[in-house]
Design a protein around this ligand. Structure first.
Ligand code: ADP
Ligand code: MG
Length: 356
């Protein structure tokens, strides 16, 4: 059986693990000319996005904002999609040169920041994981419902490793030391895009809003009641949709990586789309989901992927070492256990009744 295998879209991300949901109230017009608290919605990166605007704005401003949001998302997709064969990233991946390759300033900055996160996480987050992601059937290539052979794994693993690429953004180049390296930015592209929209909205004079892209969320300012936005974390167990916690969020991002929405079962093991770049193996451990809160949604998204790969013990240790607010949902025989890092508990993100 495979989770979420229907209707793959030719886009950056196959799935959106919608572990995080937001209680967004669609609202109406406060008066004839000024619109307050409304939500713009659309499609991007093979998933849905929504932008909740709290500050009043008129019809014309709204139309302009709507168009600018969609355009910025299209730009990011055209830059970083591994599904669209025409994206800049796909062209970079097809380029087999081991000489410095000229790339746009934005792609260079993304690759360079991702390499720094690889350093922070001991290589658990690694954008050179593209060949392995494809091999396991979670990329743009054909799906598979069984683990690859050890020969195939060895070959794909040989072209994986963040130390095998080098970004020199002063010169606007990225160099691969192995011509088969395939970069995959999907592990943090939604969080990155959420931050980019926050920047765009701020530049447009919006102070209070909530951006959500396929489950990754960025909150700015306060909601219509002048309170932090309340983000409900969904239970990762599909049979129960009870909400275990509410996160209070303002001027920060929250991202979740999950092993239970995009996976396949084989010989009693569940293989997730999170791939351990250090071994080449798809994650099979009982950590169901990790949620990270951080001022940068992009960073939260990347770190959530890294912590999911590390598992609950090593993941919790790294979160505490890096002072990262992280919340782990771990499967046990009877249900789900939840643990939080020190920074998560200290951050007062939880509503009082949720603290445990
Ligand atoms: P989701 O939010 O959908 O749960 P993640 O943010 O965890 O997803 O990203 C998962 C995607 O990231 C995979 O589908 C794959 O494309 C890519 N990926 C898988 N393993 C890694 C890794 N170790 N480092 C970086 N990206 C990865
Ligand atoms: Mg991620």
């Amino acid at each position: 059986m495979r989770g979420q295998d229907a209707n793959r879209q030719p886009n950056m991300r196959l799935t959106a693990a919608l572990l995080v949901t937001v209680a967004v109230i669609l609202s109406a017009c406060a008066d004839r000319d000024r619109l307050t608290e409304l939500t713009l919605r659309g499609d991007t990166m093979g998933t849905r996005y929504s932008v909740l605007l709290v500050d009043p704005l008129d019809e014309l401003q709204l139309d302009t904002l709507r168009a600018e949001i969609q355009q910025r998302l299209n730009e990011i997709d055209a830059l970083a999609s591994t599904y669209g064969t025409t994206s800049e990233l796909s062209r970079f991946n097809r380029n087999a040169s081991t000489q410095p390759i000229s790339v746009s300033a934005e792609l260079c900055a993304m690759i360079s920041s991702a390499l720094a996160i690889s350093q922070d996480t001991g290589g658990a987050f690694d954008i050179t994981v593209g060949s392995l992601v494809n091999l396991w059937g979670f990329g743009p290539d054909l799906r598979t419902n069984e683990p690859p052979s050890s020969d195939e794994l060895q070959r794909a693993h040989a072209s994986t490793g963040f130390r095998k690429i080098e970004a020199n953004c002063d010169l606007g180049t990225v160099r691969k030391s192995n011509s088969n390296i395939k970069v995959d930015l999907s592990g943090w592209a939604k969080g990155y895009a959420a931050d980019q929209l926050a920047q765009l909205l701020g530049d447009a004079g919006q102070d209070n809003f909530l951006v959500e892209i396929g489950g990754e969320i960025r909150a700015q300012g306060v909601n219509a009641e002048s309170m932090p936005f309340a983000i409900a974390l969904e239970s990762p167990k599909t049979e129960s949709r009870t909400i275990p916690v509410i996160i209070n969020l303002s001027n920060a991002g929250v991202a979740t990586s999950g092993s239970y929405r995009n996976f396949f079962n084989h010989d009693g093991l569940s293989y997730s789309h999170a791939i351990d770049p250090r071994t080449g193996q798809a994650v099979t451990h009982p950590l169901l989901a990790v949620t990270v809160v951080h001022p940068s949604t992009a960073y939260a998204d990347a770190i959530a992927t890294a912590l999911l790969i590390l598992g609950s013990n090593d993941g919790l240790a790294l979160a505490n070492q890096l002072d990262i607010a992280a919340y782990f949902a771990i499967s046990n025989s009877g249900g789900t256990d939840y643990i939080a890092s020190d920074a998560f508990l200290a951050g007062k993100y939880l509503s009082q009744s949720d603290r445990r």
